[in-house]
Design a protein around this ligand. Sequence first.
Ligand code: NAD
Ligand code: MG
Length: 375
Amino acid sequence: MKRIAILGSTGSIGSQALDICRRHPEEYRVVALTARGSREKLFEQVREFRPEMAGLTEGIRREEIPEDLQFCRWMSGKEALHAAAAETEADQVLVSIVGIAGLQSVMDALGAGRQVLLANKEALVTGGHLVMDLAERMGKPLLPVDSEHSAIFQCLEAAGPNRPEKILLTASGGPFRTWEKERMAKATREEALKHPNWSMGAKITIDSASMFNKGLEIMEARWLFDMPDDRIQVVVHPESVIHSAIQFADGAVLAQLGVPDMRVPIGYAMSYPRRMTTGTAAPDLFALGRLTFEEPDEDKFPALRMARECLRAGGAACTVFNGANEAAVVAFLKGEITFGQIAERVDAALNRLAGLKADTLEEIMEADRLARMTY
Ligand code: NAD
Ligand code: MG
């Protein structure tokens, strides 16, 4: 029986992880659940999974907790995340909250000797050096949940002692893949939220449309697999069946295939090194017929070029890229800026905030704050 804590349980990744727990009640015991503000959904989850601890980062008062849910220890604010990550006796901590808030939680969980299942890519984007270093010192390598990184991880497992020469990071290309740059710049909120293949939270769906998500994933891969950015090739693959691949010196390429359903990578991280049923069927290759590939258009999607420049610049550049983008996406979703302005704002923030340091958690949080202020 594995004891699992889920940070961000009411979200897209969190609820799918609970779906897997529901299918395997003899394998998983849910010990902690947290959400930001969706209390009704969290109440339902606590009622069903009966964790020892539950928390809302936006806060909850004693009298607001339903009578039948008083059995569980309720917490508010940042302490809720800390308790779920480090105080409950979990074997596994799934970090599936959105944004830089994930960094502290990942550090807390690793510091307490937990196995981290990592959906929150922002933790590696902003504090990759700190996270990888702590994971190594604690002897607890991260298990990736992001579908591309899970695919690369699975291919590396199959590669044995052989180091790949190159990572082929696939991307769907998002809803604007075939649009002209000018039309894309004026895209509406509804158009940007319409992902062709994946159903995900709002922030990452907008990032998929702008390809900022792929920029963040280049950074994530750089840390997880210790691979320089010039050996990470983005491959646009509109069918989202190949979730990524690795290439070797002898010309061989290993790829991982599956339907676009996050329960596969979530389930693999949960059951690693075994595999278990996830409720997902394998892709029907005959129905698919063909798989296609394109080179990414870095003029239309400047996030890819900017991400590589940030990795080379080092310091807090990746943190600024992430923070300015988060703020710009919020502004876009509120109708304050156009879709095209997202990349412009991030570029401007990177220019204004060049040279900031990110050696410590404090410096990273400060760079993030400045990026949001000046985005
Ligand atoms: P989501 O918006 O659907 O859910 C986020 C969850 O975290 C919710 O429970 C929410 O209440 C909580 N939360 C949000 N912000 C928080 C904060 N600041 N502090 C504490 N709790 C907070 O998001 P999602 O799509 O499930 O994505 C979660 C993470 O996983 C992101 O980092 C995302 O990039 C990554 N990811 C998601 C997918 C996907 O398919 N959804 C795929 C790959 C990676
Ligand atoms: Mg991904």
